[in-house]
Design a protein around this ligand. Sequence first.
Ligand SMILES: [Zn+2]
Ligand SMILES: [Zn+2]
Length: 388
Amino acid sequence: MNAPLPKAPINWIAVFALVFLPIVAIIAIPLYAFQHDFSVSAWVSMFVLLGVSSLGITAGYHRLWAHRAYEATLPLKIILMLMGTFAVQNSILFWASGHRTHHRHVDDIDQDPYSINNGFWYAHMGWMLRNYPAAEPNYKNAPDLLKDKVVMFQDKYYIPLVIAVHAAILLPIGWAVGDMWGVLLLGGLMRLILSHHVTFFINSLCHMWGKRPYTDENTARDNFWLAIATWGEGYHNYHHIFQYDYRNGVKWWQYDPTKWLIWSCSKLGLAKNLRRIPSFNIKKAELAMKFKYAEQDLAVYGHNVTEDISTVKSRIAQEYDAFSQTLNDWAKLKELEIQTRKASVTEKIHQMDDKLKVEFQLVEQRLSHHRAALNLLVRNLKKNPASN
Ligand SMILES: [Zn+2]
Ligand SMILES: [Zn+2]
């Protein structure tokens, strides 16, 4: 299906971390369990430390450094850097710069470092096992990171830091709970492997499984189950259209522990300037997609339309015209605001913003009502094609 990938030299460090360590785990962990049994503390250490390393990646590497979705104080930066180092996913500089390229060239087989169009395994981990040209670091997109002292310190001392962080976290826990080997194997090795694949799922499965409520211009998907596994990063469709939002699960009820962590840090004075996309833009994208899906529903019957179907069709068309008109009015007001910089215009925009929130909600309700009616009509049509 895809063109074969170019031959590239093997990256032996990645092979050690991503292939050799899991082989060791498969042999050592059952063997140890058979002879000694793991303590409850060792199991607990695995789950807690999984959170520590994964949140270092999601809140630190990803939302802070790759996207600048908020600002962190120095103490928080240092903590997130150490947590992320514990996840062993290369340095912040390499990771965040590559991730920016992923957003810029998403799905492009030659330029997206982990394009899903090169297949599941490539996007999941294959891209790291060889030095493919698409994944070669190019820090032109990261001038801010090249100036960030925490980032550059970690990049310079990456390997010693990885070793130091592991020793500083695992040894005291192992000693305190009296199960050193248990903690090293579960809290250390097993946790590392799980934490790796949790992140890798965002590049693989989050570009394959789930819904596309905000955009269908790329392969990124929103998936609740993946959000559970990935500390909130499973709302990847939203993330790819509005990458600077500190939230990935943008609705208050969506499971996104990373956004809750960042929000809590802001309440503690450790983070500030949390970036949120205006709700108008979010609703606009969502509604535009709903119209698109309604359009696709309608296309299913082609010219074979009954009177009832054409009634629904014209209602949807009316809704769409009104929606486009509203967006036009909004755009004009915005332009006027930029040109005149008048307070009265800004005031008008605020009023319109409030009005639109309610209006969009109603459009959404009517639209889903129309689509439900349409589906019912089609089901009937399929059951009794003769009645047409
Ligand atoms: Zn992505
Ligand atoms: Zn991202």
